[in-house]
Design a binder for this molecule. Structure first.
Ligand code: URP
Ligand code: ZN
Ligand code: ZN
Ligand code: ZN
Length: 499
């Protein structure tokens, strides 16, 4: 029979407003939102949400499950990673297809689908990395947009020789994205500087995790962020800066917006919830646990600064860059920080960390919280209103949230397949009491019961309304009237003959 679920007595929180309503779901779709819906169905499973918030499930815009990286593979695969996501109130992830130089984007896409489809427990989608440039890439991008539901491509200014594009290639990729109606995402760090300075660090004898930050301080991220925005603005291509990790990068995003460029900034849970002072921790294993690119910043006021911008609308939405490695994997870089696999957790804890540091701290209201954890992602990546809102006809991906209950984050109790948690010991207000994926209760007061392989690949169409309306405005280029000009009639300097 049909799967029926009635969520009674809660307060629905959408990005635009908050209101008291019951929510009735059937076969994975929200069918009714309104007062006193008891009569709608006699055989529905009823859950009581009195005194609780009923919010659209989180959308994590940025994950790397089972990513092959640094000669090893990220510990959270598509099963454990999406299970952890659901445990924390995130009901959809957008992961990255990320092949190396000269690898076919289409083949890589199929490979990643093959890894994900049998394992994912929640709905998901893919961004695709453009890690090299050529005719085949140019063609594959079109196929990915038209046939595979991909509407976002990530380009790297870092990871020299592995993923990095030159500025002219970046510009071509931007032009292609714009032509196809796909959003251009950029990993903004200066890869040449990082390569040169990390070598210098090693020569100076700085081989520990602190060297990872010291050779790529925040100016290196700020420069690349400003450069990427400058290049995108030359071809009037909307741009999305992934993992905004520093004040410098955030300021570059703000400057771009002030100038009227279409720029989106994505801070991640890691940089909103903790900082880079951990790279100087006495325990090597602890310090290495935080190594990611771009690094967390040693300036401890960074997380609150970024949270404030996120609350204000200067930054837009959040992901996690979830890309986890166990201690023995991190130990590949035990004597050389350049070999520490880059990546940290976040997919499970993002919802709680942002509630704690944003809403509980008094920086943002619950509606803005829903916007930055779910709705804006759905709108930007063009899956709204299927996702990102509690509304009739939308997917029943829902979180019943207890804003007052607390939990303490720990690797001992988390659902990740990894032995470290960068938020260890952080007490968070805000707990997902119930998590509903495709209308199915998968988390019930701490009990997690997911279905392996039940997540669906969610195809996304080119440019969302949000992105499109903003570039249309900018596309109106002002062309000056031609000036009638007298020809030059003055003296001409004679250059000496070449010897
Ligand atoms: O350290 C990181 N961020 N690992 C994942 C790859 C990336 O650049 O997002
Ligand atoms: Zn990146
Ligand atoms: Zn330790
Ligand atoms: Zn990433």
């Amino acid at each position: 029979g049909p799967r029926r679920l009635l969520i009674k007595g809660g307060t629905v929180v959408n990005a635009d407003r908050k209101f008291r309503a019951d929510v009735y779901c059937e076969d994975g779709i929200i069918r009714k939102v309104g007062c006193d819906l008891e009569g709608v169905s006699s055989d529905a499973k009823v859950v009581d949400a009195t005194g609780k918030l009923v919010m659209p499930g989180g959308i994590d815009t940025h994950t790397h499950m089972q990513l092959p990286f640094f000669g090893t593979t990220a510990a959270d695969d598509f099963y454990h990673g999406t299970r952890a996501a659901l445990a924390g109130g995130t009901t959809m992830i957008i992961d990255f297809v990320l092949g190396g130089k000269n690898q076919s984007l289409l083949k890589m896409y199929e490979q990643w689908r093959g890894w994900a489809d049998p394992k994912v427990c929640c709905d998901y989608s893919f961004h695709v990395g453009v890690t090299w440039w050529g005719e085949e890439v140019y063609q594959d991008m079109a196929t990915l947009v038209s046939d595979k539901g991909v509407n976002s491509f990530k380009m790297f200014l870092a990871y020299k020789d592995l993923f990095m594009l030159r500025d002219d290639e970046l510009m071509k990729a931007f032009m292609r994205c714009k032509e196809l109606g796909a959003l251009a995402q950029v990993h903004a760090e200066n890869g040449d500087l990082i390569a040169a300075q990390s070598e210098k660090m090693i020569k100076l004898g700085i081989t520990g995790p602190e060297g990872h930050e010291m050779c790529r301080p925040e100016e290196v991220e700020g420069e690349a962020t400003a450069r990427a925005i400058t290049i995108a603005s030359q071809v009037n291509c909307p741009i999305y800066i992934v993992h905004v990790m520093s004040k410098s990068a955030a300021q570059a995003v703000m400057r771009g917006k002030e100038k009227g460029h279409v720029v989106f900034g994505e801070p991640i849970a890691a940089c909103l919830g903790t900082d880079g002072t951990n790279y100087w921790h006495k325990c090597w294993r602890h310090a290495a646990g935080y190594v990611m690119g771009p690094p967390l910043r040693p300036d401890p006021s960074t997380p609150r600064y970024l949270m404030t911008l996120l609350a204000n609308g200067d930054l837009d939405l959040t992901g996690t860059d979830n890309c986890t490695f166990n201690a023995d994997q991190k130990a590949l870089g035990a004597s050389d920080f350049r070999k520490i696999p880059n990546g940290v957790n976040g997919v499970e804890d993002r919802m709680s960390v942002i509630w704690e540091k944003g809403v509980h701290a008094g920086l943002m209201d619950p509606c803005r919280y829903v916007a930055v954890t779910s709705t804006t992602a759905a709108r930007v990546f063009n899956i709204y209103p299927q996702k990102g809102v509690i509304a009739e006809g939308s997917d029943a991906d829902i979180v019943v949230w207890d804003p007052e209950a607390t939990r303490t984050i720990s690797a001992k109790t988390h659902h990740h397949n990894v032995d470290f948690n960068i938020f260890e010991g952080l007490e968070c207000h805000g707990i997902p009491l119930l998590v509903i994926s495709q209308g199915r209760v998968v988390v019930d007061h701490g009990k997690v019961e997911v279905v392996r392989g039940s997540g669906r690949y969610i195809p996304r169409k080119p440019y969302s309304e949000v992105v499109y309306s903003r570039i249309l405005q900018r596309d109106k280029v002002w062309v000056p009237e031609a000036v009638e000009r007298e020809p030059y009639s003055g003296p001409v300097i004679q250059l000496p003959p070449v010897q």
